[in-house]
Design a protein around this ligand. Structure first.
Ligand SMILES: [Zn+2]
Length: 209
């Protein structure tokens, strides 16, 4: 692992998120969340909510249908169920992130693999959001940063080898007061966390200038 690129600006939060752990932070408009894939090939399951009203939250179809593209990259806008901009991807050194596969759960892993990991992103989301008084009914299909899910012309799809290298990052600028919630994916039964399994990431909240 090399020294990752750090933002040039005012840093308010700088956390290493351990492998398999959840994390969250409130961001004010204009603040930027940098997510750094420290060791590479580590899926980061991500949701955001209107910090003042969690009934408004990230909405995958609106995020996909406005630009007419299922992939997220530089310039992508994460939109809410009210189609409002929540966060904008203003930098992206990886170039491939997923909007369609949602998160791992004990239930779906039993169905697709016949067994489970010790933790799951669904459970991570539920317990992290409970810290903010938000119930499990608000866990919705999420973005998977650094996860590679290609889709063929016939619709065939699946989790492929990650294109994320050690030190790759995304910068997400808050367009409203948002609660950002993530699960550093604990999955060990598919390529979501690479050949080395779950690894730490770094989450930095900063502002330009
Ligand atoms: Zn997961």
């Amino acid at each position: 692992m090399g020294q990752p690129d750090l933002p040039q600006g005012q840093i308010r939060v700088d956390n290493v998120v351990p492998a398999r752990a959840p994390w969250s932070a409130r961001l004010e408009p204009g603040e930027i969340l940098r997510l750094i894939d420290l060791d590479g090939a580590q899926a980061v399951d991500f949701l955001c909510y209107n910090a003042d009203d969690p009934a408004e939250r990230y909405h995958a179809p609106n995020t996909i249908k406005v630009p007419k593209n299922i992939f997220i990259g530089q310039g992508s806008v994460l939109r809410s169920n009210l189609a409002r901009p929540m966060m904008t991807v203003i930098a992206d050194t990886c170039g491939r992130h997923d909007t369609i596969f949602g998160c791992c759960s004990f239930e779906v892993d039993r169905v697709r693999y016949g067994r489970t990991n010790a933790e799951s992103c669904q459970h991570n989301f539920e317990r992290e959001m409970a810290r903010h008084g938000i119930g499990p009914e608000h866990v919705v299909p999420n973005v998977n940063f650094f996860m590679n899910v290609p889709v063929a012309a016939d619709g065939a799809t699946g989790i492929a080898e990650s294109q994320s290298k050690a030190g790759d990052y995304v910068d997400l600028r808050a367009e409203m007061p948002v609660l950002a919630v993530l699960s550093n994916c604990p999955e060990e039964l598919n390529p979501a966390t690479g050949a080395n399994g779950p690894t730490p990431i770094r989450a930095i909240v900063w502002r330009e200038g």
